[in-house]
Design a protein around this ligand. Structure first.
Ligand SMILES: Nc1nc2c(ncn2[C@@H]2O[C@H](COP(=O)(O)OP(=O)(O)OP(=O)(O)O)[C@@H](O)[C@H]2O)c(=O)[nH]1
Ligand SMILES: [Mg+2]
Length: 325
């Protein structure tokens, strides 16, 4: 039996060590292991559909990990098995953030019904995102039916998580000074639900006001294609208030999208996106490593820089070189 086959059988049987090993295989850069990883992912695919994939984004320190700990326990109370993954290419392998995530998820990380995987380290955002997507499939096939992907909600990370999740939860805190700008900066594109967290102690009143402002601002924006606008909830991971409501809202949205077919429609669109981006990456890589191109590149670039060659003609010439034409 191949390594992939035996790992597959063990992870399907709920063997956590096998799941961890399978993820390491998917993260491997060795060509022989990549082959095994592809075979493993292929076997997992038919068993991955029913798991709900949720993104949790927000600025650094907003309280994502702490809330995931609280929310994850509620999912478990409802009979689910949880997996927590993270996308954060900026965090170094042995850096503090992994340790931080584990300690902020102290209940979940030791729970037998949960699997917490620290950030996949190293590489480009594209590479990390692709491995995280495959890790989702492995966790789903291993029976973790509620998958939470934590990512720092800045720039490209947010888009990456949007390409692998069914729903996205955006965490905010009041008084960060960017509440309303945040909405304008495309929150409507990627957030299905907004939770204003740390609603406890001295924050409670201010957060309630911020929620009202946010709801009003959202009401003025044009809705999405499907007519939806993100709802705004208040919660506290510390006291647990609002967390059951958050779970209900997420489950309700997921159920509605499952019922009207948009959940699988979204996943099909994501799969197409991954296919296209893999094609682009591979073509670009072939171009960039082509000796015929690199042999002439600096000369052609010099001509573009000194204005003797039009940039589009230069590009056409390079592509011709690559094609061997
Ligand atoms: N008062 C209060 N503090 C909270 C709450 N949730 C988190 N915190 C605190 O906020 C800080 C950051 O929490 P994290 O959960 O690590 O935040 P994060 O968004 O995961 O941070 P990064 O992963 O570093 O981006 C910690 O000191 C938490 O104890 C909450 O509901 N109420
Ligand atoms: Mg965190």
């Amino acid at each position: 039996m191949t390594m992939a086959n035996s790992l597959f059988e063990r992870l399907r049987a709920g063997d956590r060590a096998a799941l961890a090993k399978a993820i390491t295989l998917v993260e491997s850069a060795r060509p022989d292991e990549q082959e095994e990883a592809r075979s493993l992912v292929r076997q997992c695919l038919p068993h991955a559909a029913s798991a709900l994939r949720m993104g949790v984004t927000g600025i650094p320190g907003v309280g994502k990990s702490t809330l995931i700990d609280a929310l994850g326990l509620h999912f478990i109370e409802h009979g689910h098995r949880v997996a927590v993954l993270a996308i954060d290419p900026s965090s170094p392998k042995s850096g503090g953030s992994i340790l931080g995530d584990k300690t902020r998820m102290e209940r979940l990380s030791v729970h037998p019904q949960a699997f917490v995987r620290p950030t996949a380290a190293g590489g480009t955002l594209g590479g990390v995102a692709r491995r995280t997507r495959e890790t989702i499939l492995l966790c789903a096939a291993a029976g973790h039916d509620r998958i939470l992907v934590e990512t720092v909600g800045v720039g490209q990370n947010e888009l990456a998580v949007d390409r692998m999740t069914d729903l996205n939860l955006l965490l905010m805190i009041s008084g960060a000074g960017d509440d309303l700008q945040g909405i304008k900066r495309g929150i409507m594109e990627s957030a299905d639900l907004i939770a204003i967290t740390k609603t406890d102690g001295a924050n409670a009143e201010r957060n309630a006001r911020a929620a009202t402002d946010l709801r009003q601002a959202i009401a003025l924006l044009s809705p999405r294609e499907n007519g939806e606008r993100p709802g705004v909830l208040l919660c506290s991971a510390r006291t647990g208030s609002g967390v059951p409501e958050l779970l209900r809202a997420l489950e309700g949205m997921a159920a509605a999208r499952l019922a009207d077919g948009t959940l699988f429609q979204r996943r099909r669109g994501q799969d197409l996106w991954w296919m296209r981006s893999a094609v682009e990456e591979s073509l670009l890589n072939a171009f960039q490593t082509d000796a015929r191109v690199s042999g002439s590149l600096s000369a052609i670039e010099a001509q573009v820089v000194d204005g003797t060659l039009d940039p589009f003609e230069a590009a056409a010439a390079l592509v011709r070189l690559h094609r061997g034409a």
